[in-house]
Design a protein around this ligand. Sequence first.
Ligand SMILES: Cc1cc2nc3c(=O)[nH]c(=O)nc-3n(C[C@H](O)[C@H](O)[C@H](O)COP(=O)(O)OP(=O)(O)OC[C@H]3O[C@@H](n4cnc5c(N)ncnc54)[C@H](O)[C@@H]3O)c2cc1C
Length: 447
Amino acid sequence: MSLPSHVKYVVIGAGIHGLSTAYHLAAGLKAAGRGSGEDILIVDKSAIASGASGIACGVIRNNYFQPAMRELMAHSVAVWESDPKTYSYHPVGYMQISPEAMHADVAEIYEQQQAIGYESSFIEGAADCMTYMKGLFDDWQAQGITSVLHEKRGGYANNTAAMYGLASKAEAEGVRIVSGLEVKGFTYGSNSGAVTGVETDRGIIGTDYVVVGVGPWVKEIWDFLDLPNEVSIKGNDGRMHDGIPMWTYWSLQEGTLGVDPNMHRTNDGDLPPVIHVDTDAPLHSDVDGSLITDQMWGIYYKPDFNFGGVQGGAMPFKVEAEADDVAVDPYGPDSPDFVVDDSFIHMWCSALAHCQKRFEGKTPVYKNEPSGGIGAFTPDSFPVFDIFRENVYVIADSNHGFKMIGVGQLVADDILGRPSAMLEPFRFSRYAEGRLHPVSHSPFPWS
Ligand SMILES: Cc1cc2nc3c(=O)[nH]c(=O)nc-3n(C[C@H](O)[C@H](O)[C@H](O)COP(=O)(O)OP(=O)(O)OC[C@H]3O[C@@H](n4cnc5c(N)ncnc54)[C@H](O)[C@@H]3O)c2cc1C
């Protein structure tokens, strides 16, 4: 396809956010009689689903300690539910299984879910939790669990199938998607800081509006836009904390046990909810009985026919290098730096066995192929959704985002002049104004 010299909206990135925004923007333009999908061009330096959205575990949940995140997730779950077939969405539910140190946090989440009408059950106390879990899986054996939050909605979606489903919806609205076209910079007007064109490796595309949905590559585009690499944050102590790096990378640890996915079903033979366990019970090796950790740890897992086994992950680790020195490319399983190693395999397989007897002795069938990938995190590890330089909408989800299919709808509404209160807690100004999200006791930076 030859490149247009001008298009009203350029969307950078064909992952969940770029595709979802383009689709909803196209539908919104048409409904308002203000244009159509033909006004929108998605450009991707690689291809649809070639970024984080194409390797994500695909878990969709509401369970967040931060009220603003829960509201956003409830909205997104409704979008997944609106077209489960096209989105390849499996509404099996989700369970947050926790130790006493997280009991109060999760109780608060449950109460808020009741308040916003998000269906869930909450089980408290070690004995009742064990009974509940054994009612689902008769081989359940994790000790030290004192609360179980069972979300009846949510579950997971097949990563690339969901992206192709979303792309087909966008294209049906007239949106064009160009693969293999890399954005290298921007041109600006002489009288304002607004972007007038997108510089690509095949020339400049003039535009009125840019949407940035580039996932782990956000720092590069952020730099092209001359946005600050350090921020000042007003802390809960009321003091300003200067010089905080804008971007930090974390390495996501995920993998697949090469078993028949059908071996992980409930006692009733149903597909189980996604299981997420956090615990402070000592974790011992399922290989030789040695102590792996006596600190808080967490894992998640689900049977997944797409990955061909029981797939899941464990806590990510922070990439200690300066953001400028982190190589995002080659990305995901192709990265020489950020794929899981033997210590993840040992820990995750042992943790599965810690939770359910059916996984004992299964470490040898772990699928030993490259997996995992990095995410770009903001200073508080929560998303930034905001407009910069007057006409550039940056969707920086801080790696929360496969589940956030609804954000594109809210962003499209915002662009069309219908701002949503759900996006307000994620504005960039929150750092300077000290409007920070509460922090939980979870071992994950995204809960
Ligand atoms: C291993 C792993 C597991 C995860 N699991 C989950 C999960 O279970 N649930 C969940 O909710 N989230 C999960 N996440 C997070 C989630 O995947 C991301 O937050 C989300 O996919 C980001 O979507 P995106 O559209 O912003 O970016 P991406 O999906 O990364 O897409 C960005 C696109 O931009 C393109 N691009 C980049 N730079 C340029 C440029 N200069 N010019 C043109 N194109 C460019 C890339 O080629 C890419 O296709 C996981 C992340 C990882 C790494």
